[in-house]
Design a protein around this ligand. Structure first.
Ligand code: NAG
Ligand code: NAG
Ligand code: NAG
Length: 360
């Protein structure tokens, strides 16, 4: 509350000041209206008191790490954009589909996302069968404030970087396609979490501008704050259902860290009845206490649920919220979603289901 008062004082100062300051104040007024707690205070602080120029927005700082060794999940090979030698020498599995994983704000290559999903794909591969994939981890950490040297990460700057990071990801996919490393653009599937979901959308949008239709984007609790405010030059471009042929979305913290809008061809809502207004995942209740941490935990559940679905495909949603526990199994949840199942789906994922992942 103190921050809000401070803001109002500053706002009155701004309105008496120059027209550009007035524009700034106008933007801030929109922020107040559209950015929900718990982000609001942080974002206002960013705007008024912190420098936003410390983070790189250089697409050359985006790294691409290929993982195809099912027996060593730390073993990776760095592919470099426009470097043909790096492609020729890479341990790519020819003809196999590509899974491109994109982390969120303050994360990077070795964070839990992409880690938990990469490890699930590699574990599925180690079991044999038709599970071979090229896992490409996009490390845009330098643009997303992953650095340990930065005391306070600045969300607004990371939001502005979803477009350059997404475009570079699209350029990299195009480069791999043109050099035969990616067999077919329709077999490229991007899985992006939080801000990374919007990076994925920008990659798809870039590819589209090149006449290429990306196969699929799975958006894991796409970041909400600043994406529903519609402030010109301040937002990043938001993921839409037109950024790939098929777009499936998984909401775990609706309206707090996650976007409060159904934006996919299909939108899955795990554990929706628990707290429909401010979605909280029940498995977080035992882990954390304060409201803020509860929402962070709920947000972070999206990649965990998705990883479960890679190894345990028999999870289904239901298109009717009212009969959640008795309806037909209509929409398969996660990795094995059938793109013919469109609309909203609701399901319970009990905390016990997550124990399946304890070894990952
Ligand atoms: C991730 O860990 C590997 C070692 O397993 C290291 O080589 C790599 O530099 C780390 N990546 C980042 C971005 O810190
Ligand atoms: C990203 O690509 C889109 C589509 O080609 C383009 O409109 C946009 O200006 C690009 N943005 C950046 C930051 O490169
Ligand atoms: C979706 O439905 C169409 C028409 O019924 C069918 O041809 C297609 O194989 C289905 N796609 C999938 C992925 O099941």
């Amino acid at each position: 509350m103190r921050h809000l008062e401070l803001f109002l004082v500053l706002l009155s100062v701004f309105t008496k000041a120059s027209s550009s300051d007035r524009e700034k104040a106008d933007i801030e007024r929109k922020l107040i209206k559209h950015v929900k707690e718990p982000y609001r205070t942080e974002i206002l602080e960013d705007f008024f008191t912190r420098k936003t120029g410390e983070v790189s927005s250089n697409p050359d700082d985006v790294r691409f790490c290929l993982y195809t060794n099912p027996y060593d999940s730390d073993d990776f090979y760095e592919l470099r954009y426009k470097d043909l030698n790096s492609v020729k020498n890479a341990p790519i599995i020819p003809q196999a589909p590509w899974k491109v994983l994109i982390h969120g704000f303050t994360q990077s290559q070795n964070s839990s996302m992409p880690g938990v999903i990469k490890n699930a794909y590699l574990e599925a591969m180690s079991k044999g069968g038709d599970t071979q994939v090229n896992v490409l981890v996009v490390d845009w950490g330098k643009l997303a404030y992953s650095s340990q040297d930065v005391l306070i990460p600045i969300y607004t700057a990371a939001v502005r970087n979803v477009e350059p990071a997404g475009n570079r990801t699209g350029e990299m996919i195009q480069f791999l396609l043109e050099n035969g490393a990616v067999a077919s653009i329709s077999k490229v599937h991007i899985v992006g979490f939080s801000l990374g979901a919007h990076v994925a959308g920008n990659a798809g949008n870039y590819l589209k501008s090149q006449g290429l239709s990306l196969g699929r984007i799975s958006g894991l609790d796409p970041a909400g704050p600043l994406f529903y405010a519609n402030i010109p030059n301040f937002n990043g471009r938001q993921l839409t259902h037109e950024d790939a042929v098929d777009v499936d979305i998984y909401h775990t913290s609706w309206g707090s860290y996650g976007i409060a809008e159904n934006i996919g061809d299909a939108d899955f809502h795990p554990n929706p009845g628990f707290n429909p207004l401010l979605q909280t995942q029940p498995s977080c209740l035992n882990l954390v206490k304060t409201k803020m941490l509860l929402q962070v935990c709920s947000h972070n559940m999206a990649p965990v649920f998705y990883a479960v679905s890679i190894l345990y495909p028999e999870i289904y949603g239901c298109s009717n919220f009212a009969i959640l526990r008795t309806c037909d199994k209509t929409g398969q949840f996660g990795e094995f979603w059938n793109s013919n199942s469109t609309g909203n789906f609701y399901l319970d994922i009990p905390s016990s289901g997550l124990l399946l992942l304890k070894h990952l």
